[in-house]
Every structure is written in C-alpha cells, then in structure tokens.
Design a protein around this ligand. Sequence first.
Ligand SMILES: Cc1cc2nc3c(=O)[nH]c(=O)nc-3n(C[C@H](O)[C@H](O)[C@H](O)COP(=O)(O)OP(=O)(O)OC[C@H]3O[C@@H](n4cnc5c(N)ncnc54)[C@H](O)[C@@H]3O)c2cc1C
Length: 492
Amino acid sequence: MERSIVIIGAGIAGLSAGCYARMNGYPTQIFEMHARPGGLCAAWQRKGYTFDGCIHHLAGSGSGSKVYEIWSDLGVFERHTMVFHDNLVRVELPDGQALTVYTDIDRLEAYLKDLSPADAPLIEGYIRAARRFLGFDLLAMPVATPGEMLKIVPRLPTMTKWGRITLDEFGARFQHPLLRQAIPTIQYDFPEVPVLIHLNFLAGCHNQTLGWPSGGSLAFSQTIAQRFEDLGGELAYRSRASKVLVENDRAVGVRLEDGTEHRADVVVSACDGHATIFDMLDGKYADDRIRAYYDAAPDEVEMSLCVSLGVARDMSDAPHALTYFLEEPVTVMGRPHDRLDVEIFNFDPALAPEGKTPVKVLFKAGYDYWKGLAADRARYDEEKQKIAETVIAQLDKRFPGLAQQVEVIDVATPLTIERFTGNWRGLQAWTPPAQMLAAAMQGLTRTLPGLKNFYMVGQWAGGIGISTAAISGRNLIKRLCKQDGEDFTTGV
Ligand SMILES: Cc1cc2nc3c(=O)[nH]c(=O)nc-3n(C[C@H](O)[C@H](O)[C@H](O)COP(=O)(O)OP(=O)(O)OC[C@H]3O[C@@H](n4cnc5c(N)ncnc54)[C@H](O)[C@@H]3O)c2cc1C
C-alpha cells in the first residue's frame, strides 16, 4: 500500500509537494492555517483593488527554463498567461535624468554606451557577462540533469568574477554620475547583492523565462491549490498544526490547534522552520548547526514593510517599476530615505477596475520596531498612517494630483506577515553565516537529525524563491518514490 502523507502548510512548497504526491498515488492531506493558499505568495483585496504582496519575477515563466516544466505539471499555464516587461526598472533623479534598464540586452548595451561613451569598456564587460547567462538558468539547477549541470563549468570564471562584486561597488566604477548613482538600485532595493544575481535576472528577462503570471500571486497560488484538489488531494483551510506527533523518534502525524489528530506514514513540514523545529517538535531534533542558523536571524529584512495604494487613475504611461530619488530625504521608521522603490501595477487589468491602478512601495523593516509599537495599538496605527502619508506626498510630486486620487491605503508590517503566514518574526529564510553556507546549500533541515519519516520543504529547507519552493516539493516526492522503489511520475 502507498504511504500516506500529511503536509503542514499550503504555501507553494506544500502545494507542489502535494500535487506531485498525488501524481504518484500517495494519499495526501494538507493542513493550512490560513483561509487561503499561497503563504508568502499572496495578495489581498481591498475595495476592488488587488494588492499583490509577492511576485516581481517568476522563474520558469518561459519554455527556455526547466522550471517551466514544473509550472506546466502544476497547471499554471492552463490559467495564466505570462507578462514580460521590456525593462527591469526605471531610475529617476530629481534633476530629470533617468536610466531605463532594458531587458533586451542588445538594446541595453547600445543605450548605455550612448548615454556614457566614456564607460564603454565597463559596459561591454557587463553586457558580455550577461550574455554568458543566456541559455543557462541558475535557478533551475536543483532540477537540472547532470548534462545540464555541466553547463555551469564554462561559466565558472564569469560567476566567480561577478559573484565577488556588489552592485554598490560596481556602480562606483562608472564615470557617468547618473550611472554611479543609479546602478546600485537596479536590482530591487538590494545594493549589496552580487552583480552575478542581477546578471542572471537580466538574462532571464531577456530570455523571457522571468515573467509575471496574469492575475498575480494569489491567483497563481489558487491555481496550484486547485490542481492539488483536482488530483484528489485533501486541503483543509483554517487548520493550524500545533504539534508533530512522534512515537519512538518516528513522525506519525500532526495535532491541530483544535485538538484533532491526523496520522500518516510521512509528515512534511512546508511551514515556518522555527515553529516546526522549536514549537511543534519542542527543539528535540535540533542540533548545534540548526540552532546556530536560527540564532543568526536578522531583525531587519528588505521588502517587509509594504505600502499599497489604490489610485483612481489610469497610470498606463508610468513605468511598472520605478526607483524614484527624492529632492530631499524623508524619514520613515526613524531613518532617512533618499528614494522610493515603487511598483505600479499597470500591466495587469485583473488587479483593479478599469482606469484605476494599484501602487506599491516597499521598505526594509525590523520586527522589533513594529512589535514595540504594537504594544499600543493607536501608536502602531499612527505610524502606519504617517508612513503612508509620507509616501503619498512624495508620489504626488512625481504624479501631480495623485494624492487626491488615492482611495485605498493599506500598510502591511512584519507583524502582518507573521500573522498571515506563520513565519517567525515575519521573516523569510535568510542567508546563513558564511561558515554554514555549504551545508545550507545542501538543505540545512530537509530532514532533522534523529527523526524518521519527517521531511521539510520550502524556504526553511533551503533557499528562497517561489520556484525554489516548488522544486523542493517536487524533489521530496521524487525521493520518496525512490525509497518506495517506484518510478517518479509527473503526469496528471
Ligand atoms: C515581498 C516579497 C516578494 C517576493 N518576490 C518574489 C519573487 O518575485 N519571485 C520569487 O520567486 N520569490 C519571491 N519571494 C519569495 C517567495 O515568496 C517565497 O520564497 C516562497 O513563497 C516561500 O514559499 P514556502 O512555501 O516555502 O513558504 P510560505 O510561503 O511561508 O508558506 C508556508 C505556509 O504554511 C502555512 N502555515 C504556517 N504555519 C502553519 C501551521 N502551524 N499550520 C498550518 N499551516 C501553517 C502558512 O500559512 C503558509 O501558507 C518574495 C517574498 C516576499 C516576502
């Protein structure tokens, strides 16, 4: 008889594991604490607007990527078309100068050289490196065949070279003042990211393997949840797991907060790692390495304060991604900010009524800051309101009249993320300390020491990203099939 599986969490990892489990005949139940699927891959509706909290770029959006096959298995392309932008971002300075990072690499090269002939050698090196990643998908490595993995070998010198330079450092090499200022900001708000990561993004956008699924993050998650149910999986919402049931160091099921117990041959955690290891399993299966990882949790995380605005305005002429340098820095959460990173959802009509546009601005934020404020609900709400007003006032300078057109304001903090996804301190999995990097690449907690029949998938088992989460779910089921001496099938 097939082994039965229970999965905790209907984020992308849990849903992917569930779908592949059903494709391979395993009786499978998923327990999800929220009323909706997706976890971090989420959106929320307010007065006709859909505020998307997640996807900027979905790896595997085009057939040039191996991850494409996974999304095909999960039913994504039956319900979603992919949107590919012709630029990554537009950076604007207060004096009117602007840089557009085109996703067509040839166009980008010509444009940059035209902008700054003096920087031509630097631009050529950058473009040459980006071209090295065409036809190569770093994000798909966990599902690559040995032959595909070999493609990495000739690229190793380029990867090493560009893996050592941050965008900040790279920007400083340019002579043109606009490029010096703008380059560090062109990969979301991550100036410290190695240029290598940016180059992979650029190549993925050029290849049209990085895109946006129509309808956005929640619709995307709902599609995969539907696939799971169509495959005969059982998905229970509003079902929060509180314990992993263990007998003789063997996981045998889960207990939910309502006290019900659900037994299975295999237990999979696709939810927060800290809660799984230290609450549901009382820390009994954590070794020093695991403890060291969780002890190194950051307080502040990029993109964890999300200001969403519903704007009664057709913004189809505006850039979809805008880094907007301000005339004067503004204070947000007690810190000066010299720019806003703005997303304008003018490329997907499903997200707002005609003639209206959702707009989002993200900030790096700290959990303790918001936890401190939350002790006094009025102060917490006041701070959210103050930040929204600051953002609106600045956007009004770039888009005159916008302040009068804002009809919905929504501010999500790290506490909101914690409440809706169960992720400890509102965090996503973080890069481990350098000495643990190699172990983490292997998946720090795909299993826990001393505990049988228990597995973890998703961000806490190794690597963030929607595609990484889906890959980890798929790879676990492949592993279970191998243990059971069965062929792994991906058919529906
Ligand atoms: C602002 C932002 C932007 C991002 N942009 C991108 C992007 O453009 N591209 C990309 O690839 N990635 C992006 N990511 C990263 C990506 O969203 C995550 O890496 C990925 O969604 C993680 O999926 P997961 O299934 O591992 O975990 P989660 O999404 O955290 O899912 C965990 C699930 O478990 C549930 N759960 C938790 N506790 C319990 C419990 N006790 N019982 C039952 N259920 C429980 C949660 O409700 C949730 O549904 C972004 C993330 C953020 C925050």
